[in-house]
Write a protein that binds this ligand. Sequence first.
Ligand code: CTP
Ligand code: CA
Length: 235
Amino acid sequence: AAARPLRSDLAGLRVAVSTGGTREPIDPVRFLGNRSSGRQGAALAVSAAERGAAVTLVAAHVDDGVLDDALSHPGVALVRVSSAADLHAAMTDAAASADVVAMVAAVADFRVAEVSQGKLRKEDGVPELRLVPNPDILADLAASRGSGPARQTVVGFAAETASDDDELLERGRRKAARKGADLLVVNRVDWDRGFEAVENRVLILAADGTLVADAAGTKRAVADAVWDAVVASRP
Ligand code: CTP
Ligand code: CA
């Protein structure tokens, strides 16, 4: 790996990071899921730990290989979750004592209203799944934190499909305003861009929509840029 300058600018801070993709059960053997690999959140956790933070990494369905570096760093405590409801509970718990919260996980926007206790069978016909909205965990964490000089920093991530950077920025600005987070990290995704990719490019927006950074490179480089923006944003 390339030599990195030694920094301990997150020393003494407690950080909670969510990563991966939630699964919403349909029946005992099926779920609604998404393509998030958990790599960006894992990189964020490792970067924070190397910069001195005590990290809780809440991971939803992340392959063990993706978590290798996080698991071997003594500064990272791993909590595994499955559904959005699990992730909500785990992040609320971790956020209670965190200085910085980063929601990197791809959280299912909807869950199945009535989970079938038995396996759905073809002989019962084509199922009609009724969906209900999940709570917005990021907005909830941003709204329920305390105020004051030691105010918690809340970071959101947004994967957007957009035809160009202007549209990406416009969508990001609207989402930043809606979420109430201090920073929103926006990246462009497509069928073949963003998810499993090792390289990444992101725009980091402040709550008021100001562009504070435009970072590209590995997910680790993006993670470092996010922590730089967090450090710069804290009083
Ligand atoms: N998020 C969350 N809880 C949800 C949905 C999303 O905490 N129920 C968080 C994600 O972890 C991410 C941010 O909100 O940090 C943005 O997620 P995104 O899916 O881009 O935004 P949504 O508000 O769900 O809007 P949409 O999917 O319609 O673009
Ligand atoms: Ca969403």
